[in-house]
Design a protein around this ligand. Structure first.
Ligand code: CYC
Length: 202
């Protein structure tokens, strides 16, 4: 059973690792969907699954607007929890997603956990995963001068991923930010699963 969980975690990380783009959606529906690139890259210096995420506008690929560290972990025998972290000194790691040498300098002390912002992930159908933010409304996001909590979900498949991130007012629970036109739909345009080191699975 523990073996099954490990294999599931391995498949999840393999599907994540790569470059995902919503070019088609942005082209079809430009007023509602900016063209965004997501890059998930393995950080092999860690002894547990750890990936760098850079999220940026396609028009300005060298200036990502969200940079995070993601750590998919096994919860119990089969369930996956993705812990989200932020880098303490962003400028030190500029360009990391395209530069192995910079990525290699990211150490455990360089990032801190984003409390309440983990995702609980379960398999949903054949080679597909679905995740939602952990219960509790504790993922606090300050945006446009308002304190909000994030409620988010995603699906990940061999073709790519869909995401829906929305922020809600802490007291009124009204939606404050996030997509009004539904999910972002990303196709995987590059597969970087070959960068995942075998020692993550031993
Ligand atoms: C915030 N998006 C967040 C946060 C998380 C994620 C955890 C809150 C914490 C933070 O600031 O990082 C998303 N983390 C994820 C996902 C996974 C994960 C999906 C699964 C692998 O581990 N997000 C999108 C759209 C875009 C967007 C393309 C349009 C709505 O996926 C926006 N996400 C977005 C915004 C925020 C956010 C605006 C608020 C924080 C900010 O202002 O950057």
């Amino acid at each position: 059973m523990a073996q099954a969980g490990q294999e599931r975690l391995q498949r999840f990380c393999g599907l994540l690792a790569g470059r995902h783009s919503n070019q088609q959606q942005a082209f079809d529906n430009p007023p509602f969907f900016a063209h965004i690139i997501l890059k998930y890259r393995a950080l092999p210096q860690f002894d547990q699954p750890t990936l760098l995420l850079e999220q940026g506008y396609a028009v300005d690929p060298s200036q990502p607007y969200r940079v995070r560290i993601l750590r998919p972990t096994l919860q119990g025998e089969t369930s996956i929890r993705v812990i989200n972290f932020r880098l303490h000194e962003l400028q030190r790691f500029q360009g990391a997603s395209d530069d192995r040498m910079i990525r290699d300098t990211i150490a455990e002390t360089a990032f801190g956990v984003l409390e309440g912002c983990a995702y609980d992930v379960t398999p949903s159908g054949h080679s597909t995963f679905a995740g939602t933010t952990e219960p509790g409304c504790r993922c606090i996001v300050h945006r446009n001068g308002v304190d909000t909590y994030l409620k988010s979900r995603f699906q990940l498949s061999p073709e790519g991923m869909t995401t829906l991130d929305r922020g809600y007012d802490l007291t009124t629970h009204q939606r404050v930010w996030g997509s009004v036109a539904g999910e972002f739909t990303f196709q995987r345009e590059e597969d970087w699963s070959d960068e995942i080191p075998p020692h993550w699975w031993r």
